[in-house]
Design a protein around this ligand. Structure first.
Ligand code: F6R
Length: 243
């Protein structure tokens, strides 16, 4: 596991964008696995800047997103499809037909079948991840068993609390999501985790012992061959991570 310790969120975003840029340049038809939430927003801004100012070309790039809220239509302003269009796709030269965000409304069995089919066919070159305070990746919440494939997941109360900042009230936060499973995530060639925000416990579990625990799903990253974690030095100091 490569751990890059940085001084600020801006630096984390720049480092993450450089990693994505290198892949896009080396393999113009690559598949990027993408995440929503706050952690990757700075990286998306930096990729937009690289596109506009330096001509970074996304015309051949494919993407697949980690998850989508159940019950929100793609044009709902809090859906993850809307989020991705808004924070990235509308500002770069990607073909939206080559971007996939699972559907959160309609027949869920059909949606999950489609999501699993997409994931079966895709070879994700790099999967971008954030981590929840409870250790979730995608929406794989802590549990006695984790699910390998794409599935519907009930959100933990702590995740609903954390995500209410994106909604007008807590009541509006969807109670479930469809998400890549832990197996889908582990099949990506490379994983890039941006640790941002109050993620002390999850970061500690990931970086300061050698245990893999379904009750802290981010610890599964310890079993992947090619993982980059970007961490701010204040958090590294807080968890006693030596580098
Ligand atoms: C988002 C996702 C989630 C977030 C996590 C951290 O697509 O799958 O796992 O990455 O909840 O969220 P932020 O970045 O908002 O702290």
């Amino acid at each position: 596991m490569e751990v890059i310790v940085v001084g600020s969120y801006e630096e984390a975003s720049e480092k993450a964008a450089e990693i994505i840029e290198k892949i896009v340049k080396e393999k113009p038809d690559c598949t990027l696995g993408l995440a929503t939430g706050s952690s990757p927003v700075g990286m998306y801004n930096e990729l937009i800047r690289k596109h506009k100012e330096e001509g970074l070309d996304f015309s051949g790039v494919h993407t697949v997103n980690l998850d989508e809220y159940v019950g929100l239509a793609p044009d709902h302003s809090r859906s993850y499809r809307y989020f991705m269009d808004d924070v990235l796709f509308n500002h770069i030269n990607i073909d939206k037909d080559n971007t996939y965000v699972a559907k959160g409304i309609g027949d869920m069995d059909e949606n999950l079948k489609e999501f699993n089919d997409v994931l079966e066919k895709a070879q994700v070159d790099i999967q971008v991840l954030g981590v929840g305070a409870d250790g979730h990746i995608g929406f794989n919440e802590p549990s006695k068993c984790l699910v390998a494939g794409a599935h519907k997941e009930k959100l933990d109360e702590s995740t609903i609390d954390a995500n209410q900042r994106f909604f007008n009230s807590r009541d509006e936060v969807p109670r479930s999501a469809i998400t890549m499973g832990i197996g889908n995530i582990m099949k990506a060639k490379r994983l890039l985790l941006i640790v941002n925000g109050n993620k002390k416990e999850a970061a500690k579990r990931l970086l300061t012992d050698d245990l893999v625990d379904t009750m802290c799903p981010v610890t599964f990253l310890k079993m992947h061959r090619d993982v980059t974690v970007i961490l701010e030095e204040a958090l590294a100091a807080e968890i006693g991570y030596k580098y």
